[in-house]
Design a protein around this ligand. Structure first.
Ligand code: DC
Length: 234
């Protein structure tokens, strides 16, 4: 059962909003929750990554915020839900995998801290959620993008646990990075995400906090599915 407005659009209050720092397990869990609820999974970090990928490949000056915003507004970004997650295309090219490199992770702050870039991507995120029943995952889902969502979750975990998870995830893609380096990067990214001026990472007052450090993916997913079913009467 999905709730639609009179005009046939999905109600964005029914979005399941999941926020939290890198490595808390949001993507894996959001994917499972979306499947269980028969919702679509929206990975908003992938959208910031896609814009960064495109800006790098277009050789634009990433240190010029105005140019970056103008470019972002012109991006031909297509998000298609598939059985394996969200397919991300820019200018018709599938870049779903290419955007997950450490290089993009290191440089992305030049775009995700830019209010003009955020404004455009927030607009696209809301459009997506009006089109599909959505599990949206990111840093500002419950606070800025979908403040009226009935189901808000904030997933967190100890930095050491998150670094280890990141290492495993990268190893599966044959990228090997020492744990100390990953831990340092996670701590730095947390600080940047939490202290930035626009849409800083923080728990919405009405979000449910889930510390995933010592919980399995199944336990976390079940908790989110159960609460969402109850609140959405699904
Ligand atoms: O979740 P991720 O690691 O793919 O996110 C990549 C970057 O994008 C990360 O530095 C935080 C940023 N981001 C954001 O600012 N707002 C979001 N809604 C999602 C991600």
């Amino acid at each position: 059962m999905e709730s639609k407005n009179n005009n046939g659009l999905t109600s964005i209050e029914d979005v399941v909003a999941i926020d939290g720092p890198a490595g808390a397990g949001k993507s894996t869990v959001a994917h499972i929750v979306a499947k269980e609820l028969e919702f679509q999974y929206l990975d908003t970090g992938a959208m910031y990554r896609a814009v960064t990928w495109w800006a790098i490949h277009s050789n634009i000056d990433l240190d010029n915020p105005q140019v970056v915003v103008e470019y972002t507004r012109k991006i031909d970004l297509k998000l298609t839900p598939t059985d394996n997650g969200l397919k991300i295309e820019v200018g018709g090219k599938d870049i779903s995998q290419e955007i997950r490199t450490p290089e993009i992770t290191r440089i992305i702050y030049k775009l995700d801290e830019n209010p003009g870039v955020r404004e455009h991507l927030v607009y696209l995120q809301r459009l997506f959620a009006m089109k599909y029943p959505t599990v949206a995952e990111g840093r500002d889902m419950g606070t800025v993008v979908f403040p009226k969502a009935k189901c808000k979750f904030y997933m967190d975990a100890l930095p050491e646990v998150r670094a280890k998870r990141r290492q495993k995830e990268l190893e599966q893609r044959n990228i090997f990075i020492p744990i100390e380096q990953l831990l340092g990067e996670i701590i730095e990214r947390d600080k940047r995400n939490m202290e930035r001026e626009h849409s800083p990472l923080c728990k919405a007052d009405d979000a449910i906090l889930i510390d995933t450090s010592f919980l399995s993916i199944e336990e976390v997913s079940k908790k989110i599915v159960d609460i969402s079913r109850e609140r959405l009467k699904k």
